[in-house]
Ligand binder design. Structure first.
Ligand SMILES: [Fe+2]
Ligand SMILES: [Fe+2]
Length: 245
């Protein structure tokens, strides 16, 4: 009996160390095939890792809030094959690889923060309701960041509707969830809507962000770490002399 408890405890510790190493190695993994047990361990490792970073007392309040959101809801998947955290890390990394400006990298990393701000985004999707996460996210970001960050975030759903109109092979390549939510987000743009959208400030940036958004749902990908993006956010906020809006 004592031996069985000992083996179980040791196995749990080894699993936690393995997951922690996975997180430290900056490799996002798919949660879709993880058993409940592994999912629990993976989520616990994620929380432990974030808890370590969150002990930094000098942290900017916005960075603290972002850490808290990732801590509480980063491991939720909302119907995709990857977690919110993995999706954010993948999109941010793709933006860096594409030589995006700092503001646009932050926008890519935080573009779905509205899902995490929503009280129950998963239920909204299940009930075929639009959680308007792009609006929620952009409003929250506008308290701390300039339009180069919050505007591409606000427009990233519109950008999907636009691309469905102008690029015939775009829609079939979307994830199942993106296809489903497209319908509750208004469907593909009309010709007139697309022409208006092309003149909106940050149109180009929103299209770039959308491309990373669609590509950043890989079941496995080497990414930059969450520390990297949080440091970027912290530096941005310090250098932009933020004021609470
Ligand atoms: Fe989104
Ligand atoms: Fe997204």
């Amino acid at each position: 009996m004592v031996m069985a408890v000992y083996v179980k405890t040791m196995t749990n510790h080894i699993c936690k160390i393995y997951c922690w190493l996975l997180l430290r190695q900056k490799r996002t993994i798919s949660v879709i095939n993880l058993s409940h047990h592994w999912l629990m361990i993976y989520a616990a490792s994620w929380k432990c890792t974030l808890k370590l970073f969150m002990t930094n007392q000098a942290m900017h309040p916005a960075v603290k809030d972002i850490y808290s959101l990732f801590f509480e809801r980063g491991m939720l998947a909302y119907g995709e094959a990857v977690t919110q955290a993995a999706h954010a890390l993948q999109c941010g990394t793709l933006a860096v690889q594409d030589d995006a400006s700092t503001g646009l990298v932050i926008a890519a990393f935080l573009h779905d923060i509205g899902h995490m701000l929503h009280q129950d985004a998963a239920s909204a999707v299940e009930q075929a309701q639009d959680d308007t996460h792009q609006i929620l996210g952009a409003k929250w970001l506008a308290r701390w960041f300039g339009p180069e960050v919050h505007e591409p975030v606000r427009l990233h759903v519109q950008a999907k509707r636009y691309l469905c109109h102008v690029q015939p092979d775009y829609l079939p390549k979307l994830s199942s969830l993106s296809k489903f939510t497209l319908q509750i987000q208004g469907g593909p743009m009309t010709n007139d809507e697309a022409k208006v959208f092309e003149k909106v400030p940050f149109f180009e940036e929103s299209i770039r962000l959308r491309r990373w958004d669609d590509a950043g749902k890989l079941t496995a990908m080497n990414t930059l770490s969450i520390e990297h993006f949080m440091n970027l956010v912290e530096t941005y906020l310090r250098t932009h002399n933020w004021v609470l809006r």
